[in-house]
Design a protein around this ligand. Structure first.
Ligand code: GLC
Length: 463
């Protein structure tokens, strides 16, 4: 292992090398710089991948690149109201973009999923853009940027896209499979936790950044109402602990009308065998998905950690999630923080749910792999719950390997001991997540860039 300072310097250099320029201005970072692998779209700036880079730049006082990123992403946001299914819907932000041409003829090309493998639509991008805008404003006090007419319009278009009544009657968002960090078929279609958590954070961001004037007033009202329903729904129905498991275990089916206990008609036989022993007295987590007749009991890393960071989880639930991480450390952290989802799909489930995806075999990649980018979420969540000791322990594990393994994208195996079968090296968000975690641990006040305080009272709110 490199000595601490040299390690940070190496990470810093690798991050600087990943910066991309547009019209001589830094505007983002490319996903990976692996000289040994075909670039595919890893030479593009992904919105979600840029998040840890941006946070680190903000913590370093290098706000320009983040400001430029926010401006160019906003320009790429789909603006026209279309009736053409082959064009991105109004308000959508791209998954990624790249710079094409040189000097005066330079232009940006965005990918809204029409190029991406399996043509997946990036629902998370618009939320990350909003969350980053808030982080930027918090770091710089540059309210003027967020208050610019084009930014206010950009925020309203995102809200319009999300708040419009659609084909279901839940406060959560109905999205297709592969529309977030897990951008391959993994059985996430419906109402996956990651999207709901980011949606929640985006709504809270909008409350802070939208001006209460003109159409802003109507949007602010809609945001407040939706937030309260969404929060109640997630805290109540997505929550899993032993008490809730006991309720589900004794559920009766086929209940009709207002008095139904088993609102979503979930059958107790769907409770997976691993879960009963995995939960302990004081632990709990948010399940992966909830829909008609369905609970996806898998534990998803990003959604749960982010739920703590942004206070979607109550203070008590946050403690329970932290407790679970501590109790199931080998399963969730193991040799590299942090598990993207637990447990892996295997056998017939793998066949039918992933579509026999060879990249997502059990305990690999999205299907139970360990992703170093999740280190920063883990650091933020454990700092927020007052467990800096867990953050330090995880960082210690990660820093022994990250540089030696050339900043691998992900790790395989039940405990994350193997460098991912097809993992890129010099993966930018791996590098940035390490730098963010290091910086957060040393200066926890930076947590406020991304976290929200507990303040929503949903006791009186019923679905
Ligand atoms: C993979 C990941 C996705 C990430 C992209 C670029 O497709 O699944 O989350 O944004 O690589 O790193």
């Amino acid at each position: 292992m490199l000595v601490a300072d040299a390690l940070i310097e190496a990470a810093h250099t690798a991050l600087t090398d990943a910066i991309i320029y547009y019209q001589n201005q830094p505007v983002g970072t490319i996903a990976a710089r692996d000289p040994a692998a075909e670039a595919l779209n890893y030479d593009q700036c992904f919105v979600r991948d840029f998040v840890p880079s941006a946070l680190f730049f903000l913590m370093q006082g290098q706000a320009d690149i983040v400001r430029n990123f926010l401006i160019v992403s906003l320009e790429l946001q789909s603006r026209e109201r279309r009736l053409d299914c082959f064009q991105p819907g109004q308000g959508l932000h791209p998954a990624s973009f790249k710079v094409v041409g040189e000097q005066e003829t330079e232009y940006l090309v965005a990918d809204f999923g029409e190029q991406a493998i399996a043509r997946v639509a990036p629902v998370d991008s618009c939320f990350w853009w909003l969350i980053l805008l808030r982080a930027y404003v918090k770091a710089t006090e540059d309210w003027a940027l967020a208050h610019r007419a084009d930014f206010q319009m950009g925020i309203q278009l995102i809200l319009q896209l999300c708040l419009e009544a659609r084909f279901d009657l839940f406060p959560t968002l109905l999205v297709p499979d592969g529309s977030c960090m897990i951008d391959r078929r993994m059985g996430l279609s419906g109402h996956p936790l990651e999207i709901q958590t980011l949606f929640y954070a985006a709504l809270r961001t909008a409350q802070e950044l939208l001006l209460p004037e003109g159409t802003g007033v109507t949007y602010l009202q809609a945001v407040t109402t939706r937030l309260s329903h969404l929060t109640y729904h997630l805290r109540q129905y997505y929550w899993m602990d032993l008490q809730r498991l006991n309720e589900i275990y004794r559920y009766k089916g086929e209940q009709f009308g207002d008095g139904a206990m088993n609102r979503f008609n979930v059958y107790p036989d769907t409770i997976p065998a691993w879960l009963v022993d995995w939960l302990t007295d004081h632990s709990g987590y948010f399940v992966g998905n909830l829909g008609p007749g369905q609970i996806d009991f898998r534990f998803f890393g990003l959604g749960n950690l982010m739920a703590v960071v942004v206070s979607l989880a109550t203070a008590q639930q946050s403690q329970a999630i932290t407790h679970l991480i501590e109790q199931q450390w080998q399963d969730l952290v193991g040799s590299m923080p942090f598990k993207i989802c637990f447990p892996a799909l295997a056998g017939q489930d793998w066949r039918t749910i992933t579509g026999c995806d060879p990249k997502n075999i059990p305990w690999s990649y999205h299907n139970g792999g360990n992703w170093p980018v999740l280190l920063w979420f883990l650091t933020a969540a454990t700092l927020k719950t007052g467990r800096a000791d867990l953050a330090a322990k995880a960082l210690d594990i990660a820093e022994k390997r990250l540089s030696i393994d050339q900043w691998a994208e992900y790790y395989d195996g039940r405990h994350g001991k193997l460098i991912g079968k097809e993992a890129r090296k010099y993966q930018t968000w791996t590098i940035a997540a390490f730098l963010v975690s290091k910086t957060l641990l040393a200066n926890p006040h930076h947590l406020s860039l991304i976290s929200f305080e507990q303040e929503l009272d949903t006791n009186s709110c019923v679905l």
